[in-house]
Design a protein around this ligand. Structure first.
Ligand SMILES: C[S@@+](CC[C@H](N)C(=O)[O-])C[C@H]1O[C@@H](n2cnc3c(N)ncnc32)[C@H](O)[C@@H]1O
Length: 206
């Protein structure tokens, strides 16, 4: 189905299911896609923004009503209207570059992002404690970035894994967001430990 619909990965359907439920992708929004390669989340998000653009007379036909900036360690084949930066999100310099890309896109960097998506996952070593620590670190970095850059009514959706580290991530989310909810899309059912966590509405601006 992913191939037929032109998606580069089946992961698109996980985001779709969550978006169908939570209506995360809205007209005119700015989205940051962390760990974007090969690109199916950015593809899905762009398709939604193009759909929404059809209802806005100021948007050229076929263009998205909103912006997407994506980042990954790995290269990503270009997606129309998606700005891509290759780099490691754990690296401060790369985060500064991401902020300047957002700025070049005409987006004020402070509290101007509506939605942060993170499907980032470390390369698993097989050592459960080490893998959980790496996952938690990526989640904390996504949370820190969101706290700085999300609008008050913004949202952060991250992938995480049940097991050690999960409850700490939930606790960290609860300190930052008013609403915190786990999400387990059907499309993720075969990956038993994989789950998603959604935080919405910042508790206070930073
Ligand atoms: C499951 S894939 C993402 C799939 C993507 N959402 C899609 O739909 O095509 C996880 C991605 O996270 C990226 N990643 C892992 N650690 C990262 C980091 N520290 N910085 C940037 N990207 C990272 C990996 O390179 C990988 O491409």
């Amino acid at each position: 189905m992913a191939q037929r619909e032109g998606y580069r990965a089946r992961a698109a359907y996980k985001l779709k299911e969550i978006d169908d439920q939570d209506h995360l992708i809205q007209a005119g929004i700015t989205i940051v896609d962390l760990g974007s390669a090969p690109g199916s989340w950015s593809q899905y998000a762009r398709n939604r923004l193009v759909e929404l653009g059809k209802k806005n007379v100021r948007i050229e036909p076929g263009k998205p009503d909103g912006k997407i900036v994506a980042i990954d360690l790995l290269p990503m084949e270009a997606i129309a209207d998606v700005t891509f930066l290759q780099g490691d999100f754990r690296d401060d310099d790369v985060v500064r570059q991401l902020e300047s890309v957002l700025f070049q896109e005409g987006i004020q960097t402070q509290q101007k992002v509506d939605l942060v998506l993170s499907d980032m996952a470390p390369n698993l070593s097989g050592v459960a404690a080490a893998d959980a620590a790496r996952m938690e670190h990526l989640a904390e970095l996504a949370l820190e970035f969101s706290q700085l850059h999300l609008k008050q009514d913004g949202a952060l959706l991250i992938k995480c894994f049940h097991g050690s580290g999960y409850s700490q991530i939930v606790e960290s989310f609860k300190k930052v967001f008013k609403v915190v909810a786990p999400r387990k899309p059907q499309a993720s059912r075969n990956r038993s430990a994989e789950t998603f966590l959604l935080g919405r509405f910042l508790k206070s601006s930073s």
